[in-house]
Design a protein around this ligand. Sequence first.
Ligand SMILES: NC(=O)c1ccc[n+]([C@@H]2O[C@H](COP(=O)([O-])OP(=O)(O)OC[C@H]3O[C@@H](n4cnc5c(N)ncnc54)[C@H](O)[C@@H]3O)[C@@H](O)[C@H]2O)c1
Length: 342
Amino acid sequence: MRSLITGGAGFIGSHLVEHLLARGDSVIVLDDLSTGNIANLSAVRDDPRFELVIGTILDPAVVLDCVSRSDRVFHLAAAVGVKLIVDEPLASLRANIHGTENVLAACADTGATLLLASTSEIYGKNESDSLSEESDRILGSTLKSRWSYAAAKGIDEAFAHAYWTQFGLPVSIIRLFNTIGQRQKGRYGMVVPSLVGQALRGEPLTVFGNGKQTRCFSSVHDIVPAIVRIAESTVAYGKAYNLGGAEEISILELAELIIRTTGSTSEIELVAYENAYGSGYEDMRRRVPDNTLSHELVGFVPRIRIEAMVREVAQSLSTAVDGDDWIMSQAHPAHVPAGAVS
Ligand SMILES: NC(=O)c1ccc[n+]([C@@H]2O[C@H](COP(=O)([O-])OP(=O)(O)OC[C@H]3O[C@@H](n4cnc5c(N)ncnc54)[C@H](O)[C@@H]3O)[C@@H](O)[C@H]2O)c1
């Protein structure tokens, strides 16, 4: 089995690469290294069953070439992170909508099966006790860039569903809730690596708003095997599945837990949203998954506790050597030529 992973040099993608290679797959990664990093792939770089193609999903020819050499596709490439979306709304929309359609069209051309990574963000401000796949979406104004990620991922899902209903494309959708672990970076607004990094540096932990907003974090190590099992289920075609954590925690409680776990002397500083993301920024008060469908389909149960996840992130940030950061500064995505790098 040969799998293509778009976005495979990123946080979740690189864990998926290792998981699939360990199972005996051959793996192609297509990534423009915009938020991903070659260092994330250092453990697999010399594996003869692994190939890295540096290129963008916005190039239909590159996408078609990679897809045509694959039996199945895990589409994870996307502009991710609140800060990136707010700072670069146009590039984010293009990557997240046009790039995804390129991947869908290539799969329809070649017959490859597809798993599309979507997000709990699509539920927007729906704060119900438990969000199921049929729950309503409550999004803020289109004039607020913050919602463009949720809007684009919603369009991706609608595209995927249309390819399934009109062309019978075997595509399944996962909606990831906040997923954390080793290799996630804080610089694009991801809360756990941001707060852990501040704690390790002895800086104040900046918590936005009043800190009472809650999330359910899950470990990448629980999520990745479930992603593969969903991709392998023919029952999942044309459907969407939540994959989220089991413990609801406020961001203030999270910051306290991070200080305790890292033994930091840092304090917590509440920062108004507008100071971080400009005026009119909106956040959701809570986001809690109903994992019933993914549990019934593939037995998904999030097992790793938040304390262990925080320890892992702290360990990885304190030992991280971002030796490949020069690549990110020297090769802007638009200038990275497509080509295979083994
Ligand atoms: N981490 C989470 O909590 C979370 C939650 C919900 C959904 N997701 C989804 O999971 C997927 C992976 O997210 P992640 O957390 O690993 O983020 P990430 O930023 O680490 O990974 C995204 C990868 O896509 C690549 N990429 C971006 N634009 C590209 C383009 N035009 N062409 C080729 N490659 C491109 C980046 O370089 C990066 O390697 C995304 O689709 C994201 O929307 C993640």
